[in-house]
Design a protein around this ligand. Structure first.
Ligand SMILES: Nc1nc2c(ncn2[C@@H]2O[C@H](COP(=O)(O)OP(=O)(O)OP(=O)(O)O)[C@@H](O)[C@H]2O)c(=O)[nH]1
Ligand SMILES: [Mg+2]
Length: 310
């Protein structure tokens, strides 16, 4: 395990994939390994990378955006290593990830870029069962972690719980804004990106429309609107401005980080054991604060299992 962690920190993709598999595994022994990996990583690297979420309607241009954004960031930070997690919609019939259905991003030209896809889980709000834990792992190995989630139901809101900074991609005049306004999603992101701004007048008109829509939202302070970026993969414009924004964003402070940790613990407990489990464990959730996340997870899920089996 010590070797594997050292290799992953040195950027070896095979080792990184093995570590991720451990966090995705449902095997009982895997949790012990996860605890050991987390300890090793904390000992070897006290830093945590920024976690950026990108969401938007299907086909809005998210993957293309990530590809150009990563290129721009690497032009500014040539030594950086970047991980991309794509949360793919899963088939309601087979439960499997519909990998072939989405445009796959090609990053082969960069040795420092690592790509991983995960199946989403609608019951968990559209992100994968282990996405949070895998992102925690990747934040210790990479300088930046980007998560793309497809807009299905509430996944836009869920990714905002997951990420330090959330970007919402919108296509010009797609009608997505109206849907997003109704469901509260427009209030979620730290920045908007209007994609496919291939022509000047289209860019201008769609910017005005978005600004006007945001003006209607009571919960957004009209003097403090989130920044709006406009990109075109065709013209290759807007990506360096967006890259600057990402590079200037800050990870959550420790208090917010702990809140996020508890949010995902509660969510998992509710998923497996329902509201009853959550009520039984609420006190223990608070008592275990101070331990590493994977240790808390093992302890809490183990205690509930024992309680229900007794
Ligand atoms: N004209 C134009 N087309 C674009 C631009 N960006 C993306 N596209 C096209 O839009 C389509 C969808 O792009 P993707 O990047 O796969 O969009 P996505 O949001 O990741 O899609 P899903 O992951 O399937 O939800 C592709 O055919 C892209 O070529 C752009 O800036 N201009
Ligand atoms: Mg995509």
């Amino acid at each position: 395990m010590v070797d594997l962690v050292a290799q992953a920190l040195a950027g070896e993709k095979f080792a990184i994939a093995k570590l991720i598999s451990c966090f995705e595994s449902a095997h009982p022994d895997a949790q012990k390994d996860c605890i050991a990996i987390e300890k090793q990583l904390i000992a070897q690297n006290p830093e945590k990378a920024l976690l950026v979420g990108l969401t938007g309607a299907p086909g809005a241009g998210k993957s293309t955006l990530i590809q150009h954004l990563v290129n721009s960031i690497l032009a500014m930070r040539p030594q950086w290593r970047i991980a991309i997690v794509a949360v793919d919609p899963s088939s309601p019939v087979s439960g499997g990830s519909l990998l072939g259905d989405r445009t796959r991003v090609q990053f082969e030209q960069h040795e420092q870029v690592y790509f991983r896809s995960q199946a989403s889980d609608l019951e968990l709000g559209g992100i994968g069962r282990n996405t949070y834990r895998v992102c925690r792992l990747l934040r210790k190995i990479f300088n930046l972690v980007l998560v793309e989630s497809v807009g299905v139901g509430q996944s836009e809101i869920e990714i905002a719980h997951l990420a330090d900074t959330t970007l919402l991609a919108l296509q010009p005049f797609s009608g997505d804004e109206i849907q997003f306004m109704k469901s509260g999603i427009m209030e979620v992101p730290q920045a908007f990106v209007i994609t496919k701004c291939d022509a000047e007048d289209l860019a201008k008109r769609s910017l005005h429309q978005l600004q006007a829509s945001l003006g209607f939202l009571q919960r957004i302070d009209s003097k403090n609107l989130p920044p709006i970026f406009q990109t075109s993969s065709w013209r290759r414009t807007g990506f360096s401005e967006l890259a600057q924004f990402v590079l200037s964003a800050q990870p959550l402070d420790p208090a917010a980080e702990l809140e996020r940790e508890n949010y995902f613990l509660r969510k998992e407990i509710r998923y497996y054991f329902g509201e009853y489990g959550l009520r039984r464990l609420e006190g223990r959730i608070v008592e275990t604060v101070g331990k590493n996340f994977e240790e808390r997870r093992q302890l809490l899920l183990g205690e509930l299992r024992a309680l229900l089996e007794a």
